[in-house]
Design a protein around this ligand. Structure first.
Ligand code: HEC
Length: 102
């Protein structure tokens, strides 16, 4: 319960701050490894909510970038370290390929 309340506060904060960072990611054009991408996604994106939360959503690339930046901001607040840029790019590609299919 307390954890949920903290997350909601963090989430509101993240939305107000992270808008300026939108658009700083670029999609990798080569070297995409589906298995590694899934591991990266699982490592960084399933600590606060399950994978389903992300994968049931259908978004375009721009909206995914925005969502990942928001989540990365929350991740840093909670865990004290950033999601590396390279990992964010891999997660972006992973979501574009795998989310919203069901
Ligand atoms: C530090 C905790 C935390 C981590 C780590 C986290 N999330 Fe979230 N996520 C939240 C919270 C809290 C919400 C609900 C509030 C919101 O939407 O910001 C949420 C909501 C979402 C949503 C639904 C809202 C939307 O924008 O469509 C998606 C999709 C999502 N997360 C994807 C991800 C992805 C992808 C990652 C990995 C890069 C990730 N999350 C990592 C806490 C987290």
């Amino acid at each position: 319960m307390v954890k949920n309340a903290v997350l909601i506060v963090i989430a509101g904060f993240a939305i107000s701050i992270s808008v300026s960072a939108v658009g700083s990611l670029t999609t990798p054009t080569s070297g995409y490894d589906a298995k590694k991408a899934e591991e990266t996604f699982t490592r960084y994106c399933t600590g606060c909510h399950n994978a389903e939360r992300s994968l049931r959503t259908l978004k375009g690339e721009a909206n995914w970038k925005y969502a990942i930046e928001r989540m990365a901001f929350q991740y840093k607040l909670l865990f004290g370290e950033p999601i590396p840029q390279q990992a964010q790019r891999v997660i972006l590609e992973y979501l574009i390929q795998n989310a919203g299919k069901e």
